[in-house]
Ligand binder design. Structure first.
Ligand code: TMP
Length: 221
């Protein structure tokens, strides 16, 4: 069984990845033992990250966050998370399940916000945030892309009725561009990305996700 592995789940709002990750986490704990798997997220996987998350998720008319500042805040969250949570877990041989990673920054801050001119700067800053300067760059071993028609995803978010984040509330065209951002990364990363069809009911999605994850980790049955 593989150890010290980073598995990322990403996709549009309402793709259902959080539900599936919770289930994968419980299932993997039974297979590998309680201490050998962690479930975490970006933004918000550290105490500092939780504060950054609340700054980023709530639209506050009295506090403008520029597009560059937004991108850098996601990178600051990632830097702290990679250094203080992900790297120690990988070094201890754990499987790390991470809800979103830098694939979300490319999808949202570059494609969603139509800031393709930021891409080169982002790549440099992101490598630094992933730990290029402090112990080696953290890279996902596999990214599960939860592919949902973005309108269906938005319907699911609204049906939850538990409040919309600043990103959930973005216009339709933003979510379409985010989706294109994920599709483009899927096409460019054929060896490390796997598409999960997230349109069906969650039981069907679980089966797909387990087939991929158990094979990747070398778990029998
Ligand atoms: P979620 O964790 O509940 O999906 O919410 C996180 C939101 O933050 C989601 O709308 C995607 C967005 N996001 C970005 O815009 N850029 C990023 O780099 C990350 C990690 C998330």
């Amino acid at each position: 069984m593989k150890k010290g592995v980073l598995l990322v789940a990403d996709g549009n709002e309402g793709a259902g990845k959080t539900t599936i990750l919770n289930w994968l986490y419980e299932t993997l704990k039974q297979q590998m033992g309680d201490g050998m798997v962690i479930l975490t997220r970006q933004p918000g996987g550290t105490p500092l990250g939780a504060k950054i998350r609340s700054l980023l998720m709530t639209a506050d008319p009295t506090m403008e966050i520029s597009e560059v500042a937004e991108l850098l805040l996601f990178c600051a969250d990632r830097a702290n998370h990679c250094d203080t949570v992900i790297r120690p877990a990988l070094e201890a041989g754990k499987v790390v399940l991470c809800d979103r990673f830098d694939s979300s920054t490319i999808a949202h801050q570059i494609f969603g916000r139509m800031r393709h001119e930021y891409l080169d700067a982002f790549k440099m800053i992101n490598a630094f945030a992933r730990g290029a300067g402090s112990g080696g760059e953290i890279m996902p071993d596999m990214t599960l892309f939860f592919d949902v028609e973005f309108e269906r995803g938005l319907d699911r978010v609204r049906a939850r009725n538990d409040g919309l984040t600043k990103f959930d509330a973005e216009e339709h065209a933003f979510h379409r561009r985010v989706y294109e951002g994920f599709q483009s990364q899927l096409a460019a990363n054929a060896t490390t990305w796997t598409r999960i069809d997230a349109n069906p009911a969650s039981e069907v999605v679980k089966t797909q996700a387990w087939a991929v994850v158990s094979e990747f980790l070398g778990i029998q049955g």
